[in-house]
Design a protein around this ligand. Structure first.
Ligand code: PEP
Ligand code: MN
Length: 340
């Protein structure tokens, strides 16, 4: 990272950029409040040999030691990334984003019922149109018709929509409807998909892989960030451990660790971690307590009939109380709901 002097001119910044580009490294200009930093990602030896310290306007050259670069808090001068989706702030220390909705869009009626039930409390609506399933014989979502249903749900409730992209071929269709594009746990290391997601002009919600380390999660985020998309939200959703009593082991320690090492917002998915609706509220309260920027939670009006993940989906009738409890815990750590 090249830190410019506070009084460096545009021409001096451009000159540093041009010199870096001769080596083929990835260059990113990061204007800050006081100074501009220029990220140069690639061969550190090549960058060292450029003699950048001697150039006009350059204050210092700081090597970034971590394997993840753009996601690293070192690169962002430790300033958190904060952005808004339709007026709903995410990433600010003072807000908490409650994202709720069905696991899967199963029908127009089901989706609209759930959307209307969560709307008074939630910042965003979740719902899968394309579902990545462990078995190829399971229901894979309604596909494109589900996107139209989500668009209608947004129109009726005003809630921005979070929906998953599973395949390069649907990228444009998903981007047209999604306010936030979800990359699921199973695709966290689908690098071609990450690069495409980075180009769609929508914020990306990136879920941690089932057996991925936090460093791997941040390197996956780098794939999206390097396409020029800096609106990335990370999501801890439970990992594989020796424990099988819960569906996955929710790694709550990941949240404060990520807060130290990355500038990106971090949310928690208590539903997929628990696999059992009776555990979801406790995990959601825990997420708020350890400093998450929000949660993404599954809600269904008839979970017994759900085509996917029935046991972990909260009932719509229980949602208002659930939301009140979780938001009260968020309030204890100084966060108010990020409703628009
Ligand atoms: C989901 O959120 O719908 C989902 C499939 O979650 P994950 O990718 O975390 O398994
Ligand atoms: Mn699900």
């Amino acid at each position: 990272m090249i830190v410019m002097e506070p009084e460096a001119t545009e021409a001096q910044i451009a000159a540093v950029r041009a010199r870096l580009e001769t080596t083929g490294v990835h260059v990113l200009v990061l204007p800050g409040e006081m100074t501009t930093a220029i990220g140069a990602i690639g061969d550190p030896q090549g960058v060292r040999e450029l003699g950048l310290e001697g150039m006009e306007g350059v204050d210092r050259v700081v090597p970034i030691s971590r394997p993840y670069k753009l996601a690293s808090s070192e690169l962002a001068h430790h300033e958190p990334t904060v952005f808004a989706v339709d007026g709903h702030t995410i990433g600010a220390a003072s807000t908490f984003a409650l994202i709720a909705g069905p696991c899967t869009v199963e029908s127009r009626e089901q989706t609209l019922r759930v959307a209307e039930a969560v709307a008074p409390h939630a910042a965003m609506l979740r719902g899968g149109a394309f579902k990545p399933r462990t078995s190829p014989f399971s229901f894979k979502g309604l596909g494109r018709p589900a996107l139209e249903i989500l668009a209608e749900a947004r129109e009726r409730t005003g809630l921005p929509v979070v929906t998953e992209l599973t395949d390069l071929q649907q990228a444009d269709a998903v981007a047209e409807v999604a306010d936030v594009i979800q990359i699921g746990a199973r695709n966290m290391q689908n690098y071609a998909l990450l690069e495409v997601a980075g180009k769609l002009g929508r914020p990306v919600l990136l879920k941690r892989g089932l057996s991925s380390t936090l460093e791997e999660l941040l390197m996956a985020a780098d794939y999206v960030l390097k396409e020029g998309n800096d609106e990335v939200v990370l999501c801890e959703r439970g990992i594989r451990t020796f424990e099988t009593a819960t569906r996955f082991t929710l790694d709550l320690g990941a949240i404060p660790w990520l807060k130290l090492h990355t500038h990106l917002p971090v949310i928690v998915d208590p539903s997929h971690a628990a696999g059992d609706r009776r555990l979801v509220e406790a995990l959601a309260r825990g997420a708020a307590a350890v400093g998450a920027d929000g949660i993404i939670v599954e809600v269904h009006d008839e979970p017994e009939q759900a085509m996917c993940d029935g046991p972990q989906q909260l009932r719509t009738r229980d949602f208002p109380r659930f939301a009140t409890e979780v938001l009260a815990h968020a309030a204890l750590v100084g966060r108010r709901p990020s409703t628009g």
